[in-house]
Write a protein that binds this ligand. Structure first.
Ligand SMILES: Cc1ncc(COP(=O)(O)O)c(C=O)c1O
Length: 380
């Protein structure tokens, strides 16, 4: 149906083989592939990172708040331009979301000054997202957390392979959360990783992941344990062996895949430079290297976004939006304060297709269709 899809899997025979190995092993949930993935991810992030693979980034974010003791009456500062999972987990803990706005129309990362202005006596933690794989201003944010004694949670759903001043994203927070959802840089359908450098938090998170049980089902399957204790209540946020097998292969392909993404983003930037009625964020980004998770653009006010999406769809080009304003959702409209810059972007952002297997011709097709649609919209 699509000439250029928004996203396509970056799979080959290696993923098929890895999944086959799991199916042949006779055991489908957390065991050797998961342990291997966790240790590979720890080595990949370095800096003393301790990693636990989980069912999703949302589970990881929820576990992070629980492990840090966030509860009713607490406030958590969350990014205004992000996926709703960030706000949902805060709500699920009974705490209050306080949105921090983005920095500018060129830099859509959360603004450290706006974070600081929103800190109250009730604030317990700051959650940030590295939008599209571009690092937030980590010097300012970590200094602020230190000064005000606040926990830092990094939403790293977009960031595998990205860094800030040569230090991998996901190694700055007290706890960090990665996503391996279907269209992510490491994709397994569903899956996530929770990361900490703190041994005590690591033990808490391990218990939270699997019902608070003292031993894994795998140990009982292997005859290494008969029964178990439950020291504190927990959840089932375990990953499957199939997802871990896919993630292990995807991790080994990450650098090459991110390099391809970078080349495609550079090509987009070149082709779209000077095109009227659009601008591209992060063009002069200098806080580190990106993982180029998505290709967002900003439309001028006179462009009708819905009509443009329809026109591109008619050309066979699939697009997306990252993200609708938090305030636009029924569950949040009366709960969060306005964040004017993020709301401006939410109303005018358009995400173009981007995936490692995309060709230069695909970029041409997208850009031709975009320019045609914009010209038509600007003239009407
Ligand atoms: C920024 C951001 N945070 C959190 C999530 C949630 O990830 P998951 O689907 O793995 O729960 C996503 C997924 O789309 C995301 O993009």
């Amino acid at each position: 149906m699509w000439r250029v899809q928004f996203y396509k899997n970056n799979y080959d025979e290696r993923e098929h083989q890895a999944v086959g190995e799991v199916l042949n092993s006779g055991w489908l949930t957390m065991s050797q592939k998961t342990f291997d993935f966790e240790s590979s991810f720890s080595a990949f992030l370095g800096n003393g990172s301790k990693c636990l693979a989980v069912s999703s980034c949302t589970s990881a974010l929820h576990m992070a708040l629980l492990a840090l003791g966030i509860k009713q009456g607490d406030e958590v500062i969350t990014p205004a331009l992000t996926f709703i999972a960030d706000q949902n987990v805060v709500e699920m803990c009974g705490a209050k979301n306080v949105l921090a706005d983005i920095t500018s129309m060129e830099d859509w990362s959360v603004d450290p000054c706006d974070i600081e202005s929103k800190i109250t006596e009730k604030t317990k933690a700051i959650m940030i997202v590295h939008y599209a794989g571009y690092a937030c201003d980590m010097d300012s944010i970590t200094a602020l957390c230190k000064k005000r004694n606040l926990f830092l949670i990094e939403d790293c759903a977009h960031t595998p392979g990205a860094s800030y001043n040569n230090k991998p994203l996901g190694t700055f927070g007290d706890i960090s959360a990665f996503s391996f959802f279907a269209n992510k840089n490491i994709a397994a359908g569903e899956g996530g990783m929770i990361v900490t450098q703190n041994a005590e938090l690591y033990e808490k998170l391990k218990n939270l992941r699997s019902h608070g049980m003292s031993v894994l089902s795998f140990d009982r399957y292997n005859g290494r344990a008969v029964s178990y204790d439950v020291g504190a209540p927990g959840l089932n946020y375990r990953i499957t062996e199939i997802a871990s097998a896919l993630c292990l292969v995807q991790l080994s392909k990450l650098e090459g895949a991110n390099n391809k993404r970078q080349k495609l983003v550079e090509l987009y930037n070149k082709q779209l430079s000077g095109v009227p009625h659009i601008s591209i964020p992060y063009k002069d980004f200098s806080r580190g290297s990106s993982s180029y998770h998505i290709m967002p653009i900003l439309l001028a006010e006179k462009i009708d976004r819905a009509a443009l999406i329809e026109s591109m769809k008619n050309d066979g080009v699939q697009t997306s939006i990252h993200y609708p304003a938090i305030k636009s959702f029924t569950a949040y409209k009366d709960k969060v304060l306005s964040t004017p810059k993020a709301e401006y972007v939410s109303a005018r952002e358009l995400t173009l297709p981007l995936y490692p297997g995309m060709t230069e011709e695909d970029v041409d097709i997208v850009c031709d269709s975009l320019i045609k649609g914009i010209t038509r919209s600007a003239e009407s």
